[in-house]
Ligand binder design. Structure first.
Ligand code: SF4
Ligand code: SF4
Length: 371
């Protein structure tokens, strides 16, 4: 397992976590084994926006004795007072639901208390008016909630809430389909979605990824909006390459499924290469670097994806990205304009030209004259 640090909280979070939508379907025995296998494999991050209230006693049974080694995302607005999942903006219902979850999880604290599923600005206004956000803050003050999270599928709403609230972790629906305008939660344009990634990276807000396989659709050629299946490993790497992303949270019901996720780290480079999505990209995505590194090897040893990621972040105002760029062993100044990357890029990025732009920008940044 590899880990990433949430810069706001200092938490060391596993790159692969577990989403819990359908966990309860496995039943107590198998689900407990699956969760124990996840922890044994180094997974330490678990989302609890579950499809059914039966999920919480499973987690309580499986993980109460390792609670100090793991992180829970708990959602203020996911209502389990009637057993199955419901969405609510009502403060009393939310209080009762959270109390019940804590009891069944056998814990007294919440690592990330989430402002849950806000897809309209009016949801957020109601949330504030009803006192739900203040309730999370009061629990944070008393030490029950450690950090605050936000879950949403909608870039414009995310931007508004990040302006209003101190958020340490964003749960966002990320996959190539949504980024390319395909599927149920493909909200926002390519550029609006990129702005969310870059803002999170710049401000140190971690992203935990929901729906990395688009509910399984991307893994099945018959259901994929692209008409071609991707593997779960391609999707995981795609998400982990996005700025700001700390952890990817696929659902898993069984030991076998958990082991299959853990096998991500055993895959050869070509099994995680997702550059095939270049053939699905809409016109507005063409020419935009997605940091996939399919254009490697560069004869000068430049990590082309990373150089581009730092450049995009620096342009978005992230001064740390400029510092990171400067520490690279090879950067855009080493480019000899050979054009190999231009011919290899599936996204029609004219990378050799871009390297010149990057060099000029970073040189100007060093002398304090960059825009
Ligand atoms: S230039 Fe193209 S192939 Fe290279 S990292 Fe960017 S998107 Fe990927
Ligand atoms: S054009 Fe520059 S970045 Fe691209 S492969 Fe050649 S040396 Fe590397």
């Amino acid at each position: 397992m590899e880990y990433r640090i949430n810069r706001r909280t200092g938490d060391r979070i596993s790159e692969i976590g577990i989403g819990s939508s359908y966990m309860y379907e496995a039943g107590m025995e198998e689900a407990v084994k699956a969760l124990r296998r996840a922890v044994d494999g180094g997974i330490n991050y678990f989302d609890l926006a579950a499809g059914d209230g039966a999920t919480f006693p499973i987690y309580g049974e499986a993980l109460h004795d390792v609670r100090d080694r793991i992180f829970f995302q708990i959602h203020f607005g996911a209502d389990y007072t009637k057993g199955t999942y419901g969405w609510s903006l009502d403060l009393d219902i939310i209080k009762r639901s959270v109390d019940r979850q804590l009891k069944e999880l056998r814990t007294d604290h919440i690592d990330y208390g989430f402002i849950h599923c806000q897809d309209e600005v009016s949801d957020w206004e109601t949330y504030l008016r009803n006192g739900v956000y203040d309730y999370i803050l009061s629990l944070q003050k008393s030490g029950v909630v450690k950090h605050i999270g936000l879950s949403s599928h909608t870039p414009s709403v995310i931007q508004r809430i990040l302006d209003d609230a101190e958020v340490d972790m964003l749960m966002f629906s990320v996959n190539p389909a949504y980024d390319y305008g395909q599927g149920e939660f493909a909200n926002g344009s390519v550029d609006e979605r990129s702005e969310v990634y870059r803002r999170c990276e710049k401000e140190g807000i971690g992203i935990s990824v929901m729906k990395p396989f688009s509910g399984g659709q991307l893994l099945d050629a018959g259901q994929s909006p692209f008409g071609k299946a991707l593997s779960q490993y391609q999707c995981i790497r795609y998400c982990l390459d996005k700025p700001g992303v700390l952890t990817v949270l696929p659902g898993a019901h069984s030991v076998k499924e958990v082991e299959s996720l853990l096998a991500y780290y055993d895959q050869p480079e070509e099994a995680t290469d997702y550059s095939v999505i270049g053939t699905f990209a809409p016109p507005q995505a063409a020419g935009k670097c997605v940091y996939c590194n399919h254009c490697k090897p560069c004869p000068m040893g430049i990590d082309i994806g990373l150089v581009n990621k730092y450049y995009d972040l620096a342009k978005a105002g992230d001064t740390m990205a400029i510092e990171h760029y400067r520490t690279l062993e090879k950067n855009a100044s080493d480019c000899i304009q050979c054009g190999h990357c231009d011919s290899r890029c599936p996204f029609s990025v004219r990378q050799s030209e871009r390297m010149q732009l990057i060099r000029e920008y970073m040189d100007a940044a060093a002398s304090g004259t960059a825009d």
